[in-house]
Design a protein around this ligand. Structure first.
Ligand code: GRF
Length: 204
């Protein structure tokens, strides 16, 4: 399968996807890594892996729609089967979401539907949650509200800060969850049709 991966920051999820492809767990190719920040660390990971990158600066565009149109054109040119948001920190216009409808997936660092939006780790701590997790979901125009593909969780430790919780969630959950969820899509175990997720439990 052909993937385009969108990043904004460190690229730890991108790195996990690259490793899953190299290990054979994920039968896919990353055709492009696109980024909304010119100097994002994740671009270095992409380039070291020999991947094509496109860094597009939103400040060069009059508004969200024109930025998303330019970004969408670069993505469409790579003819992706899946557009993978991996730590992409910009709100997507509904025009962009519609353009890649049913092919757009995201990982969100909470057990959705809890804690949509930002600062999920601090909110889980403030609520005294015993467990915290991450969710891979299809992207719809409503933020962090699309149908779930996979979720994973860890126990919250008494001494956790939001930083230690975020790091452990990344290492123990996100970096395993995203490759597994993408493999579900690529291998056809999970299908998204007419706004619903269909699972083929027979294929393990
Ligand atoms: C991850 O926790 C992801 O779930 C969230 O932002 C963080 C980005 O991490 N959307 P990275 O850029 O993949 O290292």
């Amino acid at each position: 399968a052909r993937l385009v991966v969108l990043i904004s920051g460190r690229g730890r999820n991108l790195d996990a996807i690259i490793r899953a492809i190299e290990s054979g767990l994920l039968d896919a190719r990353i055709e492009l890594v696109a980024c909304n920040r010119i100097n994002a660390e994740g671009l270095r990971i992409a380039r070291l892996a020999g991947l094509r990158t496109a860094a597009i600066d939103p400040k060069a565009f009059a508004d969200r729609e024109s930025f998303d149109l330019a970004l969408g054109n670069r993505i469409a040119a790579a003819a992706p089967d899946w557009v993978v948001l991996a730590g992409y920190m910009r709100i997507l216009s509904s025009a962009f979401v519609q353009r890649f409808a049913d092919r757009l997936v995201n990982i969100h660092p909470s057990l959705l539907p809890r804690y949509k939006g930002l600062d999920t780790h601090a909110r889980a701590l403030a609520n005294g949650d015993a467990r915290h997790g991450a969710s891979v979901h299809f992207v719809t125009p409503d933020l962090d509200a699309g149908p779930l593909i996979r979720q994973g969780s860890i126990a919250v430790d008494r001494g956790d800060s939001h930083e230690t919780l975020a790091d452990r969630l990344m290492q123990r959950v996100e970096q395993r969850l995203y490759p597994a969820a993408l493999a579900d899509l690529v291998d056809g175990r999970v299908v998204y049709r007419q706004g619903r997720v269909w699972r083929d439990e027979r294929i393990q």
